[in-house]
Design a protein around this ligand. Structure first.
Ligand SMILES: C[C@H](N)C(=O)N[C@@H](Cc1c[nH]cn1)C(=O)O
Ligand code: ZN
Ligand code: ZN
Length: 526
């Protein structure tokens, strides 16, 4: 950290005269600070001049740290939980809030309608997708940036130390739902753009934005918007690169650039034994209970070592080559620190680094998430739930197609249900997104690596991510371009969990990283 600050200060001293000479008129930017507007000089025309811009930008970012935190506080305060329809208005408010911010930096924006989703037989309107364009210079490269504005649910009573929708700074960390996943990174792009403006520099690239508010709930409607509307309208025609910041470093100190994601196949296993909940004293012993059936079924899915029991599930997993195997040995990953950070007694696979990484990145895993309709509140509620929905998912990997995985799971669950022989009603439904991998030897990745070295003064690890961003492969296919994941947050940020946070350092240096990345990509050939 100290070295980054020293570097920024040193650069700004060299460039102070240069910066002063460029100011011609002042206006206000989106954080209400004066900015200068000038310069039609692009990095491609004057590379040396361009290389002096970044130090000014880094200084500008350091100087604006408090306002960046303030804006994240505003964003976190909007509880844009996509999985619960009672927050749907907040999702819309979140998208509109972000639209305002994009407009303030000069982007042309549109809110695109993506229709309805069906929840328990009801049609519920999906939040709109925010689509934006900033710059249209045919000499510049165009980057399409994707991010999401929705968050996972969070309640203080889940075990948060502070209110989840109130950004709280403590010990150099900003705690709050969405701070790292994905409001911090989305705002990072906005701040990086603003920093160019703040030092009076034209953006070196054109930008296109796709910001949705349903990522945590399967990105419903987004693929159709991208493939059936935006693509035919020519949105991707001039896109040269795609960048997403929505994952995390592997550890806490070493930056990463990410070239793979697992997909996800999410299941709702519903069992109904009665049309309402029943008093267990009155009805216990007289009915076949839905919860008993569900626990039996959920127990058939995975063994205690994490081996998925669904017949044929491992058949299509891409075979491990000798070359790929070697990649895992060089990755900087401390399994003991990882174990300690989550308070686990023992990791799977005896804590072996290579095995742990492979089971996060390239093998499927099945997790049991929860049961809707169960009496989960504290206290001795004596009810027999009439209907319960067990939720589980399989993280799927390259070569596994969602349709094929869904069929294997449906067949297996139906077989186990038949063997179980319950008179109750069982239904299973799924929603799935594909896995994604990219070529990390591409110049786009080299540009991101240069930007990362500039900020963190170290070589980034090329990583894969165990989580899923369903739209990534759609963006790859729709644009036909190289896609890169540039994480902002650290490996211990606890996305989706209690006390989610982003380190102030990751947030601020991440903004600089994005600015440096835009600069590096501007130098790539078209
Ligand atoms: C990696 C990304 N930040 C993320 O958290 N993605 C979610 C996507 C998802 C899909 N269904 C529900 N959520 C994840 O990997 O769980
Ligand atoms: Zn998430
Ligand atoms: Zn995310």
């Amino acid at each position: 950290m100290t070295s980054c600050l020293i570097r920024s200060v040193k650069y700004i001293c060299n460039d102070i005269k240069f910066a002063a000479a460029r100011v011609s008129c002042l206006t206000k930017n989106y954080i209400n600070r004066p900015v200068c507007r000038i310069s039609s000089v692009t990095p491609k025309e004057h590379p040396k001049m361009a290389d002096r811009i970044l130090p000014q930008i880094f200084k500008y970012v350091d100087d604006n740290t408090e306002s960046y935190k303030q804006l994240l506080k505003e964003a976190v305060a909007i509880p844009s939980v996509s999985s619960d329809v009672k927050y749907r208005k907040e999702c819309v408010r979140m998208v509109e809030w972000m639209q305002g911010k994009l407009k303030e930096v000069g982007a042309t924006t549109e809110l695109r309608d993506v229709g309805y989703q069906t929840i328990a037989g009801e049609q519920v309107k999906l939040p709109p997708v925010l689509v934006g364009v900033l710059g249209n210079d045919s000499k510049k490269n165009t980057i399409c940036i994707y991010g999401h504005l929705d968050v996972q649910p969070a309640l203080k009573s889940d075990g948060w130390e502070t209110e989840p929708f109130e950004l709280v700074e403590r010990d150099g960390k900003l705690f709050g739902r969405g701070s790292t996943d994905d409001k911090g990174p989305v705002l990072g792009w906005l701040h990086a753009i603003n920093a160019y403006k703040g030092v009076g520099e034209e953006l070196p690239v054109n930008l296109k934005f796709v910001f949705e508010c349903m990522e945590e709930s399967g990105s419903e409607g987004l693929d159709e918007l991208l493939l059936e509307k935006l693509k035919p309208e020519g949105f991707f025609k001039d896109v040269d690169y795609v960048c997403i910041s929505d994952n995390y470093w592997l550890g806490t100190t070493k930056p990463c650039i990410t070239y793979g994601l697992r997909g996800i196949s999410y299941y709702f296993l519903e069992i109904e034994c009665a049309k309402m909940d029943l008093h267990s004293g009155v009805y216990g012993g007289t009915v076949h209970e839905a919860m008993t059936d569900l626990i039996h079924m959920m127990n058939q899915l995975v063994d205690k070592n994490g081996r998925i029991q669904v017949t044929g599930i491992y058949d299509s997993v891409a075979p491990l080559t000798e070359n790929e195997k070697k990649l895992y040995t060089t990755i900087d990953f401390d399994t003991e620190a990882y174990r300690h950070s989550i308070g686990a007694t023992k990791l799977a696979h005896n804590g072996d680094k290579e095995q742990i990484l492979m089971h996060r990145w390239r093998y499927p895993s099945l997790s049991l998430h929860g049961i809707e309709g169960a009496a989960f509140q504290p206290g001795a509620k004596t009810v027999i739930p009439g209907k319960v929905i067990g939720k589980f998912s399989i993280r799927i990997v390259p070569n596994q197609e969602p349709e094929e995985v869904e069929k294997l799971v449906f067949d297996y669950v139906n077989k186990k249900w038949a063997e179980h022989g319950s008179p109750n009603k069982m239904t299973i439904t799924a929603q799935s997104g594909r896995a994604w991998t990219e070529n990390p030897d591409h110049p786009h990745y080299q540009a991101a690596a240069r930007a990362t070295r500039l900020i963190y003064l170290t070589e980034p690890d090329m990583s894969r991510e165990g989580g899923s961003i369903p739209v990534t492969i759609t963006l790859q296919e729709a644009s036909g371009r190289n896609v890169l994941l540039l994480p902002m947050g650290a490996g211990d940020d606890m996305a989706h969990s209690q006390n989610e946070k982003i380190n102030v350092r990751n947030y601020i240096e991440g903004i600089k990283l994005f600015a440096a990345y835009l600069h590096e990509v501007s130098k790539l050939s078209k």
